[in-house]
Design a protein around this ligand. Structure first.
Ligand code: NDP
Ligand code: 3PG
Length: 467
């Protein structure tokens, strides 16, 4: 099987002169997708689900080569790379089940519930596919954030054109091949490789696109301005705040700050990206967090190090810029700043103040600022003043206070007593303001990748046969 996967990837690249698809190739891909979608929409729902279950099983069965690519392409620690593939298989299976449930139901409406009408109109409404969905995932979850777009699109009867991230493209091609092996026709699910900066506009503005599902950075904002009138699902950056109150379980908070802030070296949109700690407990919290940071291993993804190299030199340079700015403006470094190439050692930066870039910007690396606050309101205000509004979290033993804070935090999700996270994958997942448009999560994605179609039966007489 590993050989078969490698063969598909080689085929993809050997059939063209460069690893990037040309505009002519993209045109052909959209033509094939359109034709394949018309046939796929007629395939019974249970058969679509059956094919998805097969793809899920194949993905899990062959997790090793895909995980190996994730390790090599995006420096994901080996065990997390395997988890990403297994989680993706689970996501596909759940989508198949959920799709059968929600797409097999429509609505039946009678006209005499609206004033002035007799019951002579019967409205049947159901969810139908959009057509061709353009799926663009980011480098940090090249498999999982691809299948979270591909599987809801397919169960709903759409075709998919996937533009994988350049770093992560080989893992993405392996994953797509599992769908082909499961019986999904090639034209129904295709892959366009090439740099987003070169082929991106051509793709997102292509007349063959009927929906765009994008996860990534500010590029998503630019896409939303250029795209034509098609549904958009955008999951963009975050600056997830962790508010720690005086009555919090500080061991629990510290464990979540470290897990939330430094997993995959902070390269998660849902990473804890700023700690807002009440002054009276801040010293104790910082010291507990530092004790845990000291235990993080730094090194190679193959060796399962906790902290691995960030994705690119430009990313490492950007992170360094934030660190230097904080240093110049008087923040306290809890560890010595250390960088070798793209490998940055985990760093907690205390006494960060609003004038520092680190207070507002997203490092997407293993550097975490702590801002000391006097009241919960100050923390909420800081959180709401940021253009990013993905998730946030609050640590307190007082559930009533936690709910009030959740109400006041203007983010897509607030976690009480745990770090932000997208999963479980059937939970709604959404960002407000510059963090996104629409909502993800399996059910929401299936619904988002459909449109409502109604047929109204007009009778010459009122009918009460249906209740
Ligand atoms: N909210 C969320 O769920 C997530 C948000 N993010 C955010 O993404 C950022 C880092 O991820 P990163 O992958 O670098 O994000 P980017 O926005 O740079 O890239 C995301 C995807 O878009 C593609 N792309 C780049 N330019 C264009 C374009 N003009 N048109 C169409 N597609 C394009 C990329 O391809 P290529 O690789 O070829 O450039 C990649 O596949 C961070 O800001 C992070 O917060 C990341 C993960 C999840
Ligand atoms: O892309 C991301 O960073 C994610 O959507 C976050 O997912 P996670 O919370 O499961 O890491």
């Amino acid at each position: 099987m590993e050989d078969i996967l490698v063969w598909e990837v080689c085929q993809h690249f050997e059939s063209r002169h460069s690893s990037a698809c040309t505009q002519e190739e993209v045109n052909k891909i959209f033509e094939s997708a359109k034709a394949a979608q018309k046939l796929w929409a007629k395939v019974p729902l249970w058969k679509r689900a059956e094919a998805l279950h097969k793809a899920a099983a194949l993905l899990k069965e062959h997790k090793a080569p895909m995980a190996e690519c994730l390790v090599k392409e995006v420096a994901k620690p080996a065990k997390d790379a395997v988890s990403e593939v297994v989680r993706s298989g689970d996501l596909i299976s759940y989508t198949a089940e959920e799709g059968v449930r929600i797409l097999s139901e429509g609505k039946f409406l009678v006209s005499d519930s609206f004033p002035g009408n007799e019951r002579n109109k019967l409205c049947l409404s159901s969810k139908i596919p959009l057509g061709v969905v353009l799926a663009i995932p980011p480098f940090n979850y090249p498999v999982n954030l691809a299948v979270s777009k591909i599987s809801p699109a397919l169960i709903a009867g759409n075709a998919v054109v996937l533009k994988p991230p350049t770093q992560g493209a080989v893992a993405g091609l392996h994953m797509v091949h599992c769908f082909h092996l499961a019986g999904f026709p090639k034209g129904l699910l295709s892959c366009v490789t090439g740099k987003g900066s070169e082929i991106g506009d051509f793709l997102t503005m292509h007349p063959g696109v009927n929906c765009i599902s994008f996860t990534g950075g500010d590029t998503g904002i630019a896409i939303s301005k250029k795209a034509s009138m098609v549904p958009l699902q955008m999951e963009l950056g975050g600056k997830d705040a962790c508010i720690v109150l005086e009555d919090a379980d500080l061991d629990l908070a510290a464990a979540n700050v470290v897990k939330g802030g430094y997993s995959y070296s902070g390269q998660r949109c849902t990473a804890v990206k700023v700690v807002l700690a009440i002054e009276s407990i801040a010293d104790e919290l910082v010291s507990k967090v530092n004790a845990k940071i000291a235990k993080l291993t730094v090194g190679l993804p193959e060796n399962n190090a906790d902290i691995t190299a960030v994705v690119s030199e430009s990313s490492a340079n950007f992170i360094e810029g934030l660190v230097e700015d904080a240093k110049e403006k008087g923040a306290t470094f809890c560890q010595e700043y250390r960088r070798e190439g793209n490998l940055i050692w985990p760093l907690l930066v205390d006494h960060v103040r609003p004038g520092m870039r680190l207070a507002w910007e997203e490092p997407f690396g293993p550097v975490l600022p702590v801002i000391r606050i006097s009241t919960a309101e100050e923390g909420i205000h800081h959180c709401n003043a940021n253009n990013f509004a993905l998730q946030g979290c609050v640590f307190t033993r007082d559930i009533n206070k936690a709910i009030l804070i959740s109400n006041a935090m203007e983010t897509g999700t607030v976690q009480i007593n745990s770090a932000p996270a997208r999963g479980p994958d059937h939970f709604p997942f959404q960002g407000l303001r510059d963090s996104g448009i629409g909502s993800q999560g399996i059910t929401n994605s299936i619904n988002m990748m459909t449109k409502v179609k109604s047929t109204v039966i007009n009778l010459p007489f009122p009918s009460y046969t249906m209740g």
